[in-house]
Design a protein around this ligand. Sequence first.
Ligand code: KG4
Ligand code: ZN
Length: 350
Amino acid sequence: MYTLGIESTCDESGASVVKNGSEILSNVISSQATVHAPYGGVFPELASRSHLNDLLPCIEMALLEAKITPDELDLIAVATKPGLLGALLMGLSTAKALSFSWNLPLIDVDHVEAHLFAAMMPRLEKVSYPSLGVVLSGGHTFIALIHSDHTYTKVGSTVDDAIGEAFDKVATLLDLSYPGGPEIEKLAKKGNSSKYSFNPGSVKGKPLDFSFSGLKTNLLYTIKGQGAQKKSPSIITKSDKPHIAAAFQKTAFNDIVDKTLLAAHKHHCSEIYLGGGVTQNKCLRALFSEKTPLPVYWPPIGLSLDNAAMIAGLGAKKISSIKTKCAFRPTANSKTNIIKKNLIKLIAVK
Ligand code: KG4
Ligand code: ZN
């Protein structure tokens, strides 16, 4: 079964072909980082326009790299939420047009669920339940219990900023470019994390929830002075910056690892799966392996940041469970196009 995945929720256009739900044949990503860099964050209208230009070439390249023709595809999966409205519309319109003209079933996928799914994708049959999932992205930060039927229950989440968003905002305070996460990681390597001390945020009565806004304000006052505004001039020297970056990173990541372990213990989970752009960070990975006695699984290369392979993988998984629930069984001599037509009907009914 060949699935074409399409991703356009924020500032990456992506297309990927995945075989049998887990074998990635291609994973093409066109990043808009340089488009948004001058604004220090994502400029929504520019994101939509870039998707309009980039999505079809990405899809063409994904098919070429996978050596698959549209005729051989069985399914299109597209991320339909959450994200920037205009950006989502570009992906969904493209997917609908291709589904119509190539006569292929189309399935919607939740982008955040796909981040959670990315690390499980290569070892779906081996996942033990309940497992713990942790999403650390630019827009979302939460801990979830993953149940055997692949539904999940959030057991902790941020009450303000997402961790990636906090990295991006602190990077702006340190005059680093967008996206800030990789810049902070690079700068932190040159710093000593114990030269500054920051307090992690906590949420009263909710030990598994995160709050990064206090930590961010702590950073603002350290960099620009007590009571300063974002636009105020810095009071630190250039040589202070790596130490501040290292201390911020360590404080935030220790908080994440500690709450993850607490959740795993409380809910009797024996495995931890992480997803989202921040999982690219090597310091985070090192901290997890240092502190966690449990097996920790990370997204494979290319599946941490926004990508379409995780969308295709989750789409394939979803369609197989719809087929099972509806007891749809193609007979041995069914023609592929009959299968496709039936699937279209199933989705329409759903
Ligand atoms: O998952 P993602 O690609 O997009 C969303 O769904 O939000 O995550 C993007 C976020 C950005 O905030 C970016 O700064 C952060 O991931 N990020 C990192 C690193 N690489 C990307 N944060 C910390 N360290 C990194 N190496
Ligand atoms: Zn994402």
